[in-house]
Design a protein around this ligand. Structure first.
Ligand code: NAP
Length: 259
């Protein structure tokens, strides 16, 4: 299926690795030019090279921290009016809420709530004027099924989700949609780092920790980031103009509810 977005331009935040990288790749395969971002420039430049070589699209790499005002200014200077915006960042650390201070919470909100809202604020009116815009926020399955030790993520992402639910119903009249993609366990550096910690804490091998996590999911496996990237590309497609304000869970059936 031709997604009808060839020649458009996308900002994909936090995309040198993992789910962001997969979204960038899937959009590039559809002929979308890219602005990709991450804090570390080495892997970002490498990803930019790989995408250019594989797809031939124009890829601009901006090394910056998307959780900061300066970081967002740098990204928006490279592309002030994208057709497509994919919001993403790292996740806040796990822990016990008793140890979290106001500063801990502000850092989590900056990362997973304020950064995407500020990126939307900077770009959505250009999209409305152009009568085309697609915004996808990468959140987490924990929005639907919170994990206790991920309280910072549960709280910050719920705030973003509530904000999006309101404005997504206003922008759609202008062919500008805003949706959230909720990953369950995907095979990325982030999850692999968790396996190393779990293995150490439980005195098992990293491979055992990985197999254990896989067996907890109804699919019996981890998600492939490419599966996530292609779902993102669909939400950014011309055909998806009637889809807005939705929270799409991609979790191999991990969420146990009927709805
Ligand atoms: P990942 O493999 O660790 O990749 C994270 C990417 O984001 C890297 O390119 C990283 O590059 C970049 N990044 C992190 N913080 C950034 C910042 N402040 N500014 C700009 N770039 C930043 O992680 P992932 O698994 O793809 O996860 C992506 C998001 O999905 C996270 O918020 C995570 O919590 C959420 N999530 C993931 C899973 C999963 O199973 N993988 C499940 C649920 C939710 P630099 O480090 O160089 O900046």
């Amino acid at each position: 299926m031709d997604l009808g977005i060839k020649g458009k331009t996308a900002i994909v935040c936090a995309s040198s690795k993992g789910l962001g990288r997969a979204c960038a790749f899937s959009l590039a395969r559809e002929g979308v030019d890219l602005i990709i971002t991450a804090r570390g420039s080495e892997s970002l430049e490498e990803t930019a090279r790989e995408i250019r070589d594989a797809t031939g699209v124009k890829v601009t790499a901006v090394a910056s921290d998307i959780a900061t005002e300066a970081g967002r200014v740098a990204v928006l200077a490279a592309c002030p009016d994208p057709d497509i915006l994919v919001n993403n960042a790292g996740g806040p650390p796990p822990g016990d809420f008793r140890n979290w201070t106001r500063d801990t919470w502000i850092a989590a909100l900056d990362l997973n709530m304020i950064a995407p809202i500020e990126m939307i604020r900077a770009t959505v009116d250009h999209m409305i004027a152009r009568k085309f815009g697609r915004i996808v926020n990468i959140t987490s399955s924990t929005v639907k099924a919170p994990i206790e030790i991920l309280g910072l993520s549960n709280g910050a992402r719920a705030g973003l989700t509530g904000f999006v639910a309101g404005i997504a119903r206003k922008t759609v009249a202008h062919n500008v949609t805003i949706n959230n993609l909720l990953p369950g366990p995907f095979d990325t550096d982030r999850l692999r780092a968790n396996f190393a910690v779990i293995a150490k804490n439980r005195g098992i091998s990293v491979d055992e920790a990985r197999k254990d996590r896989m067996s907890q999911n109804p699919s019996g496996r981890l998600g492939d980031p490419a599966e996530f990237g292609d779902a993102c590309a669909y939400l950014c497609s011309a055909q998806a103009g009637f889809v807005t304000g939705q929270n799409f869970l991609i979790d191999g059936g991990g969420y146990p509810g009927t709805l």
